[in-house]
Design a binder for this molecule. Structure first.
Ligand code: SAM
Length: 284
């Protein structure tokens, strides 16, 4: 079939000359908030599906890859991740994965748009199942300002689970923001940020690496994973560490983890940091 009828949602990636579609059954929600346009659909094959400003965000069926890779590689590299901050992440899937770690004592999520979380509670209840964990705090506000105001050396891990670098998320991809994150991290602390497609967004990745290095992190590394619903179907996350190399996978703890993962394991952890030649050269 070469054309799509009205039962398909299509995200057109103009710059890349490509598009991605999912077959939908019906629209469940359509809201314009002060920050963005949020839509939720029921699909025929991928469960419920959230779209923000026309960009695919989450489906019930395949979000596990993204949420596991935004959390477990960093949480199993840090020796003792007690205090975790999530910026964005309003669907709460990242928060759920963070809270699966018994060593985490507190997880604060700062999401700018409360409606993303309220719609996730309604249409993605499985992602929100740990929102009432006593270790979790949900704040609705600007993550950039929150980090500016946070005390120095108060966090072990900062996870930036944001939308693309436009609108309210633009400042989350900047050197001053990375410098503020460095200040709030304890020694050996780590940040991880979704860093777009290795194939389509190499400039964003390179700029992110140089901005993180300029901000003073001792080591910056990118990991990658398949993500069917995002442009090119191939996605990345970039990790930076305060004062130390990004190494020290707690392999024994991964093997003994008291929760199930569908994508992440110790072999995937190691493999995800192995870069193809063009990416290795671009980020050298
Ligand atoms: N997994 C998704 C992806 O990579 O496409 C991102 C998911 S999540 C829904 C992204 C969230 O970041 C959105 O809900 C958006 O409201 C939030 N966000 C954007 N800028 C923000 C900021 N400055 N502070 C806090 N949250 C922000």
């Amino acid at each position: 079939m070469s054309t799509l009828d009205a039962n398909w949602f299509t995200e057109i990636h103009q710059d890349a000359g490509s598009a991605f579609s999912l077959r939908i059954r019906r629209k469940l929600a359509d809201e314009r908030t002060p920050y963005q346009h949020i839509e939720v659909f029921e699909t025929t094959d991928f469960g419920n599906f959230m779209v923000i400003d026309g960009c695919t965000m989450v489906t019930a069926r395949e979000n596990f890859v993204y949420h596991e890779m935004m959390t477990h590689p960093v949480l199993y590299t840090h020796a003792a991740p007690r205090d975790v901050l999530i910026i964005g992440g309003g669907d709460c899937g990242t928060l759920r994965e963070v809270l699966r770690h018994p060593e985490v004592a507190s997880a604060v999520q700062v999401e700018i748009d409360e409606r993303v979380t309220r719609l996730a509670e309604q249409y993605f209840p499985e992602l929100c199942e740990l929102n009432h964990d006593p270790r979790a705090t949900l704040i609705f506000g600007d993550g950039i300002q929150w980090v500016k105001d946070a005390p120095a050396s108060s966090l072990d891990v900062v996870i930036i689970d944001s939308t693309d670098p436009v609108g309210p998320a633009e400042g989350l991809f900047s050197r001053p923001f990375y410098a503020d994150c460095l200040r709030v991290l304890r020694a050996g602390g780590m940040i991880v940020q979704q860093s777009e497609s290795p194939l389509l967004h190499l400039k964003i990745l390179r700029d992110m690496h140089s901005a993180m290095r300029d901000a003073g992190y001792a080591d910056v590394r990118t990991l990658h994973f398949p993500q069917m619903i995002y442009p090119s179907g191939w996605w990345s996350a970039t990790v930076a560490r305060k004062g130390e190399k990004i190494e020290g996978l707690r392999e024994v703890d991964v093997a003994a983890r008291p929760f199930e993962t569908k994508y992440y394991n110790a072999d995937i952890h190691r493999a995800a940091f192995v870069l193809p030649t063009f990416l290795r050269e671009a980020l050298a």
